[in-house]
Design a protein around this ligand. Sequence first.
Ligand code: PLP
Ligand code: TYF
Length: 394
Amino acid sequence: LFSSVELAPRDPILGLNEAFGADARADKVNLGVGVYYDAKGHVPLLRAVREAEKARLEAQLPRGYLPIDGIALYDAAVQTLLFGATSPLLADRRVVTAQALGGTGALKIGADFLKRLSPAAPVAISNPSWENHRALFENAGFTVQEYPYYDAATHGLNLDGMLNALSSLPAGAIVVLHACCHNPTGVDLTEADWARVIDVVRARGLVPFLDIAYQGFGDGIDADAAAVRMFADAGVSFFVASSFSKSFSLYGERVGALSIVTASHDEAVRVQSQLKRVIRTNYSNPPTHGAAVVSAVLNHEGLRATWEAELGQMRERIRAMRRGLVERLARAGDFGFIEDQRGMFSYSGLSSAQVDRLREEFGIYAVGTGRICVAALNDGNIDRVADAIATVVA
Ligand code: PLP
Ligand code: TYF
């Protein structure tokens, strides 16, 4: 049966993790995978999470099935975080939200749903994008193309290239957009840039699919949702895949959501019924623990304040590391763009040969494209990392 099965290539990022694990050097540094580490180099267990988990454990709850679209209070909390508590879309009940298996699971059920709705639509993702975007939409049966995004010469956004490409897409094309903290570049659109993208989306009749996996890691919870809220105000129908993997440090619990903005409550009811059908045939219903914890935190004033403070500390620590790296690299060149980039990642501009040298000579692991996870830097490794980068770019 399996004699002709070929060996699949490793995920370039998760494969790097395996190589890092096997490296015996004590001073190795993993700047590969997109995970937030605290100042001591550990994946944090947030205090808000710990307190909510303790209460849940003590309550000794039964383990029944959740509804197909998850915990209702969780879905409502997701909507408030994304669209804002006073959004008229929520008052009009035009948004359908389903708890999903992380941001990845949200993209997957969104892609499957769209395939039923618009089977022939092309999908456009940014160049570059998170590797899984292409794979997820191709696996759902779509043809995936790219729109220009990153400008290597300026380490910034190629807005004209992006707008031109979007303007030439056919009506109904699906456009995957990183709402904030772009993975892998760290380069985001300004609100003025978003306004221009929204103009094209409206004029061409495109279908926006926003991916927001790092809300709160850029400039704050509300500031990072600016694009989502601008699309909401624009009166278009669109999709949002969101994740709490990073913002709650709950990677392995698989906590995310898909939200679909529709034109009316009547539409929302019909869309919800079809989305539930997609979920049923994928995994019946989602797991309880992670979403129950997030819901308990977001719906409790004290725990929510604790979480917001902890998220703020993570955000500020990343920004301090960006600043620290730029300062330490000043002798090797102008790396000021690293401080302008947002979220966990930076496209450092390092070549694949320089990334190889970092790994082989210094035990510092980065993605071959030059992407580094700034959230893996700390006071104990930043000098070594800066020295090593200065050496390989010299
Ligand atoms: N989308 C982007 C852009 C990401 O970087 C990630 C990160 O893993 C995800 C989605 C998926 O997140 P999750 O781990 O919640 O599936
Ligand atoms: O880009 C990253 O590093 C994170 C983690 O297949 C990740 O988004 C990487 C690859 C993958 C799943 C998650």
